[in-house]
Design a protein around this ligand. Structure first.
Ligand SMILES: O=C(O)CCC(=O)C(=O)O
Ligand SMILES: [Fe+2]
Length: 320
């Protein structure tokens, strides 16, 4: 099995570091995103206490009776807010849906930005008094960490450090809390049913809490699957398709999946919480001219973030 280098980087080095530490951080994240598309991050701004509280809430949410959860599955929202039940999302190219249920939380605009009229309201979980406040706090902290990461990436790409700032401010990011449910009868599973089928993320970058649980794997350039492991509370960050398009493939949106556990572990749940960092719908994802030359011809058609998201949600079955 080939080994993959997923560097562990300290976000403090970028936010509060010396010029040398900041440059080192930008170089390392850029190099990793160019090679494997994945890094792990420490000092991301989420305390262990907040992460523990988050998981308490997430476990309580999915433990609610099915009929209560179904109250919060609202077809017009295409899974973008509230609950999405088992069997709804199917990775592109797969026939059998993923073995998961999830809940999504979106942007809260607190200033006068007219974009607020474009976003649906978040869905409030009446049964859990702390759920919305805690997930809201996690959303803000991951968004803040994500903005710093994009600044470091901008420097690596030779752009202004604040290139992404205005598009990410009040962007269409999504916090997804995920439950891979227990499989009571593994023999009854269709052959190709998995927790999360091989896919690439749609957005700019993804920040994932909970990758310390087994199961997440990335596809190497040699076409082998490699397990992604994170220490304790580290956040795993990977490139999504929007950043890959913008950089004409210089930064790689790496295929990944969540495999089923060994048979004796099938009766246990797995939880994880990815934050999909999206820009505003109006952001132009046309590849940067600096990433196109004779050796790297233009690979993607020009499209805005909003139109691209729409296309992708239809492909995975969330939007009709
Ligand atoms: O659950 C995980 O570890 C990863 C989930 C994931 O890749 C996704 O939801 O896009
Ligand atoms: Fe993913």
């Amino acid at each position: 099995m080939s080994t993959v280098n997923i560097p562990r980087l300290d976000l403090n080095d970028y936010i509060h570091g010396t010029e040398g530490q900041r440059k080192h951080f930008s170089d390392e994240i850029g190099k990793a995103f160019n090679e494997t598309g994945f890094v792990t991050i420490t000092n991301h701004g989420l305390s262990k206490e907040l992460i523990d509280k988050l998981y308490e809430q997430v476990k309580a949410l999915f433990a609610l009776p099915e009929d209560v959860k179904l109250k919060y599955e609202i077809a017009e929202l295409a899974g973008q807010r509230g609950y999405t039940s088992k069997g709804k999302e199917t990775a592109k190219g797969f026939k059998v849906p993923d073995l998961k249920e999830f809940w999504q939380i979106g942007q809260t605009v607190t200033d006068n930005d007219p974009v607020k009229f474009e976003y649906p309201e978040n869905v409030h979980v009446e049964e859990l008094v702390e759920f919305n406040a805690i997930t809201g706090e996690v959303y803000q902290k991951l968004e803040a960490a994500g903005k710093h990461l994009l600044q470091a990436i901008s420097v690596y790409l030779g752009l202004d450090e604040h290139y992404f700032d205005t598009n990410v401010h009040n962007g269409n990011s999504i916090l997804r809390t995920l439950h891979y449910f227990p499989i009571e009868d593994p023999d009854a599973l269709p052959d190709d049913a998995v927790r999360a089928g091989a896919h690439e993320d749609i957005n700019l970058i993804t920040l994932l809490i909970g990758a310390s649980a087994d199961g997440l794997e990335l596809l190497t350039r040699e076409n082998t699957w490699f397990p992604v492991k994170a220490h304790g509370e580290d956040v795993v960050v990977n490139v999504g398709d929007m950043l890959q398009r913008l950089t004409n493939g210089k930064l790689k949106s790496t295929t990944h999946r969540v495999v089923n556990p060994p048979r004796e572990m099938m009766k246990f749940s797995r939880f994880s919480v990815p934050f999909f960092l999206h820009p505003k719908a109006t952001m132009d994802l046309s590849s940067l001219p600096s990433t196109i030359d004779a050796a790297h011809p233009k690979q993607f058609t020009d499209i805005t973030a909003g139109a691209y998201l729409d296309e992708r949600l239809r492909e995975i079955g969330l939007k009709k």
